[in-house]
Write a protein that binds this ligand. Structure first.
Ligand code: SAM
Length: 326
């Protein structure tokens, strides 16, 4: 389906839970997190109903995110059911990797096509500082288990932060010589009212690319229609590739194909806009499919034209990232 700016909306990002087993400094506060009450979180059946309806409107790819999707009980049977939705071409997962060693084989078997693992550092102590937890080895074991299970490509998401991990850009890029990973550098985004100090830590993708080019010749790679907004590059002789996601400096609003469903049943057209459609209440009131379809159509049509970050008064969304689904 096309939105009012003639963008094709075919990708749904689904936050299956707002709970997480890490407390990343740019995503969640260390303490005092107020989680959505369990009764307010959509059941898997409710999520499946909304996804089946969205598929009727042209959604072809679903990415499970959170919070941490692998902490929600019953995630594997849920993914299996998603796999039964015929017109869905792709089911992907974004995870912090802490539970990946346990789940990698099952994920491969139940039809996950793509997996993104968030890993912002190659240093154990720094991992503890960024995530406030001590799971560095566990995440690496998870990445290796995913590789052994045949999940490919494995994308490693690195949120690049000045003064935090900017000295590791080259090390992460070098990893692609040895491993077939797709290392994707993501610009830090000012999402959530408690996420402060992002401007000082912001590292634009141009600077990241400059650092990567010090390693040797870099060749751009073309992307397919469901491949997402990363600008992709390969270092000569590398097994893997590098992606740059300039969500702020090179925003991709003109081609944004995304719709989001939060774990408490709100549809959102844009990460940066708190404009939401409550689909859970009518669903729980027993409203019929045509009514729910109308709500999805309205959200798609009303999708903001851009993320509103380029102005001198940038739009700031209040909901934290773990609750929207990054
Ligand atoms: N728990 C999973 C994980 O860690 O990948 C999925 C949820 S997490 C919110 C999804 C992605 O959003 C991660 O790659 C994370 O690094 C990214 N993210 C969270 N807050 C961000 C921010 N303020 N700026 C940029 N990326 C952010």
């Amino acid at each position: 389906m096309l939105d009012n700016n003639r963008r094709t909306i075919n990708y749904l990002r689904l936050s299956v839970t707002d709970r997480c087993n890490l407390r990343c400094i740019y995503c969640m506060p260390e303490e005092g997190v107020s989680f959505i009450p369990h009764g307010e979180i959509l059941t898997y059946e409710e999520m499946l109903r909304i996804i089946r309806l969205s598929v009727q409107l042209g959604i072809r790819k679903v990415r499970l995110t959170g919070g941490e999707p692998l902490v929600r009980k019953g995630i594997i049977p849920f993914i299996k059911k998603l796999g039964e939705i015929g017109q869905l071409k792709e089911i992907a997962l974004t995870t912090n990797g802490v539970l990946l060693e346990k789940f990698a084989r099952e994920l491969r078997k139940c039809g996950i096509c793509r997996i993104n693992v968030s890993m912002d550092t190659l240093k154990r102590e720094r991992f503890r500082q960024i995530t406030r937890m001590d799971f560095f080895d566990q995440v690496w074991k998870g990445i290796e288990a995913a590789e052994a299970a045949g999940l490919a490509p494995i994308k490693i998401n690195v949120v690049a932060m000045r003064g935090v991990n900017d000295d590791e850009v080259v090390d992460f890029a070098r990893l692609t010589y040895k491993k077939p990973y797709h290392v994707r550098f993501i610009e830090l985004m000012p999402v959530g009212k408690t996420n402060t100090g992002t401007a000082e830590k912001f590292l634009p993708t141009e600077e990241i690319l400059e650092q990567i080019c010090t390693l040797g010749p870099v060749r751009p790679v073309d992307s397919g229609p469901l491949d997402g907004p990363a600008r992709r590059y390969v270092l000569e002789g590398a097994k893997g590739e590098i992606g740059l996601i300039g969500a702020l400096s090179h925003h991709f609003c003109e081609t944004c194909n995304r719709l989001r469903l939060t774990s408490d049943g709100r549809l959102r057209g844009c990460l940066f806009s708190d404009q939401e459609t409550d689909i859970k209440t009518p669903l729980r009131q027993g409203r019929n499919d045509p009514h729910l379809l109308e709500l999805i159509i309205k959200t798609i049509l009303d999708k903001p034209e851009n993320h509103g970050q380029d102005t001198c008064n940038p739009r700031k969304c209040v909901r934290p990232m773990n609750s929207i689904g990054g």
